[in-house]
Design a protein around this ligand. Structure first.
Ligand code: HEM
Length: 277
């Protein structure tokens, strides 16, 4: 009932932010169209070019500039919070668990060389860091209830009837901490993924941070490349310490619930330049 009054100011604030982001996308689209007019070439042959090609195809698929801008906004919103929260939680867990941090650093030092940014070709050679990322997804899935579903017909699942049109929320957060599936579920142990087939690509229902099925996150291939690059480079190019006066136990580990799950208090840590080897 109170929704219309927007008491927390969420709608008011988001309208301002959405406008700002749309202005940026509008500029991108305008510049690209100008470039294509000028050179006659299709520019970078990237996502924006693909969308513009569709929109310019003799009206076969209706997609105007406005829709392109909103689609880009959609992808942008879906891809930023999720990736940054995972990175922030991974760093928080590493600061909490110094022995895990040094295992990641040792692996990076051996495979990549200390102080060097991680490249895409290194990722497959960094199994410990990949296990850290999986464990971060298990304990802190950034989209805890996935996206809401609706039952098309009455469905029986287990002993329950889900009535037609019911909204269904899948609790990936609870699944990741289910003691019947995970040993010591509340403890951060990347090693649990060694010699385990469990992956997060939607085939193993114990771990579904990206969802599963036809609506599985389309950004998964990008996210699982970007996260090791970002986490690996941060850990390998700097040492990290807590802000002055803080110790590990002061690091808050509470989640704050929303569509995405964020840390209730941001991680405040200080990078220390590595001394030259
Ligand atoms: C850590 C990274 C990410 C996580 C954990 C994540 C997770 C998810 C989840 C759980 C869903 C809903 C799937 C479902 O309900 O079955 C979703 C949808 C979506 N994600 Fe991601 N995502 C991530 C990164 C990205 C990136 C980088 C992009 C794009 C660049 C992206 C774009 C999208 C879009 C467009 C949807 C909506 C798809 C639809 O409506 O069918 N995501 N994501």
């Amino acid at each position: 009932m109170l929704k219309v009054f927007d008491l927390q100011g969420i709608r008011r604030r988001s309208v301002v932010s959405v406008r700002k982001v749309l202005t940026i996308f509008r500029r991108f689209v305008g510049e690209r169209l100008k470039l294509r007019e000028g050179s006659g070439s299709i520019g970078n042959d990237d996502v924006l070019d693909a969308l513009l090609n569709i929109s310019l195809e003799d009206g076969k698929i209706e997609m105007d500039k406005d829709e392109i801008e909103h689609l880009l906004l959609n992808i942008f919103v879906a891809g930023t919070d999720t990736s940054t929260y995972t990175l922030e939680w991974a760093m928080a867990e590493l600061m909490h668990n110094p022995e895990i941090m040094s295992k990641v650093q040792n692996e990076l030092e051996q495979v990549v060389g200390k102080g060097i940014s991680v490249e895409e070709t290194d990722i497959a050679k960094l199994p410990y860091m990949q296990a850290v990322i999986k464990e971060t997804f298990r304990v802190h899935p950034p989209v805890p209830l996935l996206l809401p579903r609706k039952a098309e017909t009455d469905v029986e699942i287990g002993d329950y009837i889900i009535p037609k049109d019911a909204q269904v929320l899948v609790n990936a957060w609870v699944i990741g901490r289910d003691p019947s599936k995970w040993e010591n579920p509340n403890v951060f142990v990347p090693e649990r993924f060694f010699n385990s087939e469990i992956d997060f690509k939607g085939q193993h229902f114990e771990l579904i941070p990206f969802g599963s099925g036809r609506r599985i996150c389309p950004g998964l291939p990008l996210a699982i490349r970007m996260l090791p690059l970002m986490l690996g480079s941060l850990v390998n190019c700097f040492d990290w310490r807590l802000e002055d006066g803080l110790n590990v136990d002061d690091l808050n580990k509470e989640d704050e619930y929303g569509i995405t799950l964020e840390k209730s208090q941001p991680v405040r840590i200080v990078p220390i330049k590595l001394s030259k080897q």
